[in-house]
Design a protein around this ligand. Sequence first.
Ligand code: GDP
Ligand code: MG
Length: 301
Amino acid sequence: MSEFRSGFASLIGRPNAGKSTLLNALIGEKLAIVSDKPQTTRTTIQGVVNLPGAQVVFVDTPGIHKSTTLFNRRMMETVRTALQDRDVLLYVADASIPFSTEDAEAVSVLKDLSTPVFLLANKIDRVQDKRKLLPFIEQYKTIREFDEYLPVSATTGEGLDRVREAIVSRLPEGPAYFPADHLTDQPERFLAAEMIREQILRHTRQEVPHSVAVLIDRWEESSKITKIAATIYVERDGQKAIVIGAGGAALKKIGTLARYEIEKMVGHKVFLELFVKVQKDWRENPAFLNAIDWRSMRGEN
Ligand SMILES: Nc1nc2c(ncn2[C@@H]2O[C@H](COP(=O)(O)OP(=O)(O)O)[C@@H](O)[C@H]2O)c(=O)[nH]1
Ligand SMILES: [Mg+2]
C-alpha cells in the first residue's frame, strides 16, 4: 500500500485570474471572498482538503501587482512568502484574455525556484474555441517551462480532478498537517469581516474598493443568535457618503447581504450592526495595517 502524502500548494498569479474562486472550488467551501475588483484578496488564506490517501493545504494569495502604497508592499511580501517552502506552486492565468507584458512580468516571480510549478489556464468556460488554449500556453512556455499545463474552469469545476491528481503525485510522503475537521487558518470573525468587505466591493466602484477595510468591534455569541458590530473604514468623506448611500440605502443593502452570508457560516441568526468611519490614508499607516491583519493581532507575524 502506498504511504499517506501531505503538503502545501500555493495559488499565485495576477489579480482577477481566479485564484480565490479556485481555492473555494478546490475546497468545496467559501473561504475566500471573490469580486471582479483587483486586490480583493489581501492576505494569504489556507484551505485544507482531505483526499483518499492525501491531505493538501491550499494557500490563496493576493495578486501579483506593482507596489505603490505600504499596504501593497505588505501584500507582495505575503506573496513572496507563499512561494517559499511549498511542495507545489499553482500559477493561475486568465485564459479568456490575451497574454500581455504584465503576465510576462508577473511570471518572473517564479524565477530561481526549484519547486514544481503548474500552469493553470483558468476560465476555459469563456474560451469558445479550445484550439486557442494551445497558443496561450505556448506564450507562457516562452518564459519558462512549467511542470504541468492544466486547463481549468474554477466556476464550472472542469479540469479540477486533474489538478488534484497532479498535485498529489508531487507531494512528499508524510502524515496530515491538520486534523480532518480543520478547514482553514482564518478565525470566524475575520471571515465575517471579509464577507462584509465582499459586499462593499460588489456594490461600490472606482476608488472605494481599494480604500475599504473592515474591523469587527464586538462579537457576542449565544446558542440562538450572534450579535456582531463592525466598523467599515474608508479614506475620504466622499467614500463614506458612497458606502452609506442616499438615506442609508447602500449600507442597508451591504449589511443585509453580508448578514445572510455570515448566517450561513455560523449556522444561526445574526444581528449585524455596521458603522462607517473615515481613517485618512490608512494604507500608509503601519499601526492600522497591523490592526486589520488578524495574524498580527494574534502575534503571528
Ligand atoms: N467565467 C469565469 N469567471 C471566473 C472563473 N474564475 C474566476 N472567475 C471570475 O473572475 C473574477 C476574479 O475572481 P477571483 O477569484 O476574485 O480572482 P483572484 O483575484 O485571482 O483571486 C470574479 O469575478 C470571478 O467570478 C472561471 O473559471 N470562469
Ligand atoms: Mg483573490
